[in-house]
Design a protein around this ligand. Structure first.
Ligand code: AMP
Length: 425
């Protein structure tokens, strides 16, 4: 006999109330983003591996956490671990760069082979936005203010935007070399991962959960000391724009991001909500000066952000904010005799055709049981079909709020239910 099958580690099933909240959040975000002039883009869940595995992309996420496989045609494919690279591949392939500015958003599942923990999954959802055009701090201001807007529109408090600049690739190389030299004497005091990071990716030592609070890590050189004059000015303008747009933020000297394609601006949105746990980064993003050209496109700059949907949902839950509207059930049909089944099906079909939400009891339980369920579901109307209704060809319709009960035909029933439809829905 087959043993009990379980979902893959790090995944989850979504149904009932949590799914309602998920759908309501998705719809809230879509409405907001479309109002801000963002167009949705849906890209494949898997891409040619090179879309993510590019030269110079040494991040742990891409190097160690991707799901890679070969299809039957021997093509190397990768399940997308993040949204930006696939969107930029599509931007280039569909020649969207002929527009001066392109604003796109995406929503969907992403896959990373990470150690599952609270707030960290192997399949998780993200919503992300990209503004792509000429290099300008205005692109960053656009995306960061939008991120701020998302948090505010959800009613979340105790959330902070942290900002930093990593400079261009040259600045980052110099910074990395300096960090390598700085951390080498402390090697034995670093965790196993960070010992490896000294040579491979010393920036990530700065945001290592284990090491980041050690004194020598806190005292490490900061990236902004390596910025060229142009990027310093860029960073300065960005801060000015954000202030002008009333977006509050904090600077964080040690902020680096998990991906290597960011240049200049990086930022993170963190929740300081009690009970949230260690993985409290709701979203993060930054500017990418070279990604479009690295993927074979023209010289374009972009700025993007991605929020983790599970983390937004958790933040909403802890803040006791529900976005899901209560489902309104228009009618509960009670059938009191087995003979009423055919009539009941007829009525239900007609009502559903009129777009009413109709429930009924498939098992013909007792009147009391059916009534109890109808009241629990807060159905607006009850329709009762019993011996007398069948014999005399009418239906009993009862408004559960006013308790008014009347004998009606099907047409009258539809008119009555529809009449106060707008006032109730
Ligand atoms: P990143 O693409 O790493 O910048 O991630 C953007 C956001 O996605 C993070 O701030 C998290 O909210 C969310 N996220 C990233 N990885 C995971 C994961 N493994 N499980 C759940 N959420 C994640």
């Amino acid at each position: 006999m087959i043993s009990l099958l379980r979902k893959p580690k790090g995944t989850y099933d979504l149904f009932n109330e949590p799914l309602k909240e998920f759908k309501a959040l998705k719809s809230h975000l879509e409405t907001l983003l479309e109002r801000y002039g963002y167009q949705e883009i849906k890209t494949p869940i898997f891409e040619q591996s090179e879309v993510f595995h590019r030269e110079g992309e040494l991040s742990d996420m891409v190097q160690k956490e991707t799901y890679n496989f070969k299809d039957k045609g021997d093509r190397s494919l990768t399940l997308r671990p993040e949204g930006t690279a696939g969107v930029i591949r599509a931007y280039i392939e569909n020649k969207m760069y002929t527009n001066a500015l392109v604003k796109l958003y995406y929503f969907g599942p992403y896959f990373r082979y990470e150690r599952p923990q609270k707030g960290r999954f192997r399949q998780f959802y993200q919503v992300g936005m990209e503004a792509i055009g000429e290099k300008s701090p205005l692109l960053d201001a656009e995306i960061i203010s939008l991120s701020y807007q998302i948090i505010n529109s959800l009613g979340l408090k105790d959330v902070t935007i942290y900002l930093n600049s990593l400079g261009d690739r040259k600045a980052q190389m110099n910074y990395k070399d300096t960090l390598k030299a700085y951390f080498t004497p402390y090697k034995d005091e670093l965790c196993g991962d960070c010992q490896r990071r000294i040579t491979e990716n010393p920036l990530r030592i700065l945001d290592c959960k284990i090491d980041q609070n050690k004194k020598f890590v806190k005292n490490a050189p900061i990236s902004r000391a390596f910025l060229n004059a142009e990027d310093l000015k860029y960073y300065h303008h960005l801060k000015e724009y954000l202030t002008a747009m009333n977006v509050s933020f904090k600077e964080d000297d040690k902020l680096v991001r998990g991906l290597d394609y960011y240049t200049q601006t990086v930022f993170e949105i963190k929740a300081d909500i009690e009970g949230f746990g260690a993985h409290n980064v709701l979203g993060g993003g930054g500017h990418y000066e070279n990604l479009v050209s690295d993927l074979g496109g023209p010289q374009r700059s972009g700025t993007g952000v991605a929020f983790g949907i599970e983390r937004l949902l958790e933040a909403l839950k802890l803040a006791e904010i529900s976005l899901a509207k209560e489902e309104i059930i228009d009618v509960y049909l009670i059938q009191m005799t087995e003979k009423a089944a055919l009539k009941a099906l007829e009525v239900i079909t007609s009502l559903r055709k009129e777009n009413f939400t109709v429930y009924f009891d498939y098992y013909q339980r007792s009147f009391r049981a059916q009534l109890k369920e109808a009241l629990t579901l807060k159905a607006r109307y009850l329709i009762i079909i019993g011996e007398d209704e069948l014999a005399n060809n009418y239906f009993t319709l009862k408004n559960t709020k006013t308790e008014k009960q009347e004998k009606v035909t099907l047409e009258k029933m539809i008119r009555t239910i529809r009449k106060d439809d707008n006032t109730q829905k």
